[in-house]
Ligand binder design. Structure first.
Ligand SMILES: Nc1ncnc2c1ncn2[C@@H]1O[C@H](COP(=O)(O)OP(=O)(O)OP(=O)(O)O)[C@@H](O)[C@H]1O
Ligand SMILES: [Mg+2]
Length: 279
């Protein structure tokens, strides 16, 4: 049984060609003078185009350190990182920034949108750094907003959008330079459970329909159920690497979840605690 699984995954990998990500014995040491933190302790990992990977693990286990290296925001202290087959571990900050803006989209827990800037302009920003011609920029930004279902909010400021909508703007911003790899560090960490599934629906569609390779960090095992593969980190090492069984499909789960309004009504009928205040 296990050998047939191993054979089929080896076969799949062979058919997928060059890995998007290949880490070879990657270490990361943070040197704070007196204190040195060994945040990654020999991580080797291969991710092929079209994979959807969830990275899990306790706080401090090295997940964000890993994502920063994968996203070319930081470099390994030791070991090598091959992105689309080329070794990027020795590149300068400037070279890494160039690669990042062409190949990688980033989404953070805190959305990181500019407050006094419309949704459309927020999404447009990375096209400026990537040198996209002026005439193309707004068109690309509109396309990216359309992909996350937010065309009708293009002129809203972040404060005029819900948390889920702000995260969708941030995803559109991550997509605007048409990356082949989307990295998201706790993208649903600030969202309620229904909105989290809506965000997973967007990631699943980008992965299934556009072939985008997706890597997300999450604390929640039910969110990891939407990925195809789950990694678990502990103390800077990868302890588990498993194929997700009984994968959830967000488009099927969403109709079964109550909307926010339905939740409020149910709570009111049950004499819920929503209005209880303590002096
Ligand atoms: N810039 C930094 N300088 C020094 N130490 C750091 C730095 N960033 C992270 N660390 C340390 O490296 C270790 C791993 O941190 P990391 O942020 O990767 O954890 P994490 O798994 O993302 O945790 P969380 O779930 O809380 O986000 C921690 O011990 C942390 O204190
Ligand atoms: Mg983190």
């Amino acid at each position: 049984m296990s050998s047939s699984i191993a054979t089929s995954s080896a076969h799949q990998n062979a058919a997928k060609g060059t890995p998007t990500i290949r880490l070879e014995d990657v270490h990361k040491m943070y040197d704070l003078g007196e204190v040195k933190v060994h945040a990654l302790r020999g991580v080797s990992l291969t991710i092929y185009p079209g994979e959807f990977v969830a990275v899990m693990g306790a706080s401090g286990s090295g997940k964000s350190t890993l994502m920063n290296i994968l996203g070319c925001l930081d470099k390994p202290s030791k070991g090598r990182y091959f992105l689309d087959g080329s070794d990027v571990s020795g590149l300068t900050k400037r070279e890494l920034a160039g690669i990042r803006s062409r190949k990688i989209g980033f989404v953070f827990q805190q959305f990181n949108l500019l407050a006094r800037t419309s949704a459309l302009e927020n999404v447009e920003l990375p096209t400026i750094y990537a040198g996209v011609p002026l005439a193309e920029r707004a068109k690309r930004a509109k396309e990216a907003l359309e992909r996350v279902g937010l065309s009708d909010r293009a002129n809203h400021f972040p404060s005029q959008l819900s948390g889920g909508q702000q995260q969708r703007v941030a995803i559109a911003r991550g997509l605007v330079n048409r990356p082949s790899l989307l990295l998201a560090d706790e993208p649903t960490g600030n969202l309620d459970s229904r909105t989290s599934v809506e965000i997973m629906d967007i990631f699943q569609k980008l992965n299934d329909e556009q072939g985008l390779t997706v890597v997300i960090v999450t604390h929640e095992s039910d969110i990891a159920q939407y990925a195809k593969r789950a990694l678990e980190f502990r103390d800077g090492k990868m302890r588990h690497d498993i194929a997700v069984q009984n994968r959830l499909i967000a488009a099927q789960v969403l109709p079964t979840l109550p909307t926010v309004e339905e939740d409020d009504i149910a709570e009111a009928l049950a004499g819920g605690t929503a209005t209880v205040t303590t002096p």
